[in-house]
Design a protein. Structure first.
Length: 473
């Protein structure tokens, strides 16, 4: 294991490869349900169920992909081969997702979009699970891991800006030139597929030597790991009390955030009355604030540790979620205030949540003598995807229950209130529960560093002590 500083080439390549995480994930969560209801004309409950099926599928396959990437050790790499073979399929699946096909038969429409979205999620997971595992495997240094996650999110948010505002701008541009709505979204698919290929192709090239040291350790334990069943490996991972707490936290907070993420386009369009151009500007401000806040949050995490910083950044959005439910968000200015509070919380969560899984990899190795980077990080992703999978159909059913009609020019009051509830009250309640779970997580920066010192001695056959971190084992 490499405990020294990583070269900037590796950090830059790791950051660029977040394109394979950002583009398909945000197109699915931000626009796919909206596309199905307002462009394809599907009922909101059916659209929510389509996304539920595919995200549930994604959450199921994540642990298997993590286990396979743990077992797949070659001299050419352990995680990179998976990333290389999945890039082109992800790009192709994005094109299919927004292909301009008009279906006369509802059943055929549902089957097509379920199939395409499953294709998107499968290719996505084949890249992202090894990508996450790589971040914890190529270095055990607490600060360097945080910097890797910072680099990932430093690129994530500008790419997020493009995926959040780009479709609306392309739609507006295509409409002014006489293209149909279907054709506009078809162009969107091609544009983002090309962007993904450029970013990830460059990133993979820069990462080509980063696994040189970690492969040496992996080859020594490869035979033993291959003989173990997936169920036994997952059971061993979940025996870690710390890991169980963190997966529950990830699940609940992801459910909370997905409610907001899924209805934000509805909220801006119907509740606040923002035009396509105003929404595009909103995402520019949103991402600009995120990029400014990320270095500060990362710096504080390296000084004080992840948990105390995340508790501070997540609390304000919970408080104002309750407040805005009762006062409403009836102007663009108030929408910006709420969005900036959400930025503070979500930028911390999505930058460092996978870092908690990295901590648990070392705890597990200390107890068992084996490294399960792929399996542990994939189970953390399973918790995230499961939270999203359950939130999506809930959103669709609640919208329909509230009286939302995607084909209507003006929504009824009950629908507007339903959108407000999904954007404020429900996320605030769930995030509050998540906060209590995070408080109970015992791994601090100081305890982790004591663990690493003891682990290095244990690897070398030297005497070691567990004093100072006994409670995290």
């Amino acid at each position: 294991m490499n405990t020294n500083k990583l070269p900037w080439k590796t950090k830059l390549g790791y950051g660029l490869c977040t394109g394979a995480e950002t583009i398909p994930h945000n197109l699915l969560t931000l626009y796919f349900v909206f596309y199905l209801t307002d462009i394809a004309g599907m009922r909101a409950s059916l659209a929510g169920m389509v996304l539920f099926v595919v995200v549930l599928w994604d959450s199921i396959i994540d642990p298997f992909i993590g286990g396979m990437s743990d077992r797949h050790v070659t001299e050419k790499g352990r995680r990179l081969p998976w990333m290389k073979v999945s890039v082109v399929p992800i790009a192709f699946s994005i094109i299919l997702m927004f292909s301009p096909f008009a279906f006369q038969n509802t059943a055929a429409q549902i089957i097509y979009y379920v199939f395409v979205a499953i294709f998107v999620c499968t290719a996505y997971s084949l890249f992202v699970i090894p990508y996450f595992a790589m971040g914890g495997e190529i270095t055990t240094d607490y600060g360097e891991r945080n910097v890797l996650r910072f680099m990932s999110m430093f690129f994530y948010y500008p790419i997020f800006l493009l995926t959040a505002s780009g479709p609306m701008l392309i739609w507006d541009w295509a409409d002014s030139r006489g293209y149909s709505d279907y054709q506009a979204w078809g162009i969107t698919g091609v544009v983002f597929a090309a962007l993904l290929l450029i970013l990830c192709g460059t990133g993979i090239y820069l990462l080509k030597d980063c696994e040189r040291e970690s492969i040496k350790t992996a080859l020594k334990t490869q035979t033993k790991r291959i003989k173990q069943s997936y169920l036994k490996i997952w059971k061993d991972c979940l025996r870690l009390k710390c890991f169980r707490k963190i997966t529950a936290w990830i699940f609940i907070y992801t459910f909370s955030f997905t409610l907001i993420n899924t209805v934000v386009v509805y909220f801006m369009s119907h509740n606040v009355g923002m035009s396509e151009t105003q929404q595009a500007l909103f995402w520019v401000v949103y991402v600009g604030f995120t990029v400014l806040i990320l270095p500060i949050v990362t710096r504080f995490c390296n000084i004080y540790g992840k948990r105390p910083v995340m508790l501070v950044t997540m609390t304000p959005s919970i408080i104002f979620g309750f407040i805005f439910f009762f006062t409403g968000i009836n102007s663009i200015a108030v929408m910006y205030v709420y969005a900036l509070l959400l930025v503070l919380a979500t930028s911390s969560f999505f930058t460092f949540y996978i870092g908690y899984a990295y901590d648990c990899v070392e705890i597990d190795e200390f107890q068992t003598g084996e490294r399960k980077d792929g399996s542990i990080t994939s189970l953390a992703c399973f918790a995230q995807q499961s939270g999203m999978a359950l939130a999506l159909p809930f959103t669709g059913f609640y919208l329909e229950f509230s009286g939302y009609n995607g084909m209507a020019e003006v929504q009824v009051e009950s629908a507007l209130f339903g959108i407000l509830t999904l954007a404020t009250l429900f996320p605030a309640i769930l995030s509050l529960v998540a906060i209590f779970l995070l408080v109970a997580y015992p791994v601090s920066k100081q305890k982790y560093e004591l663990l690493i010192v003891a682990l290095e001695k244990k690897r070398n056959g030297e005497a070691f002590s567990t004093e100072g971190f006994e409670d995290i084992l």
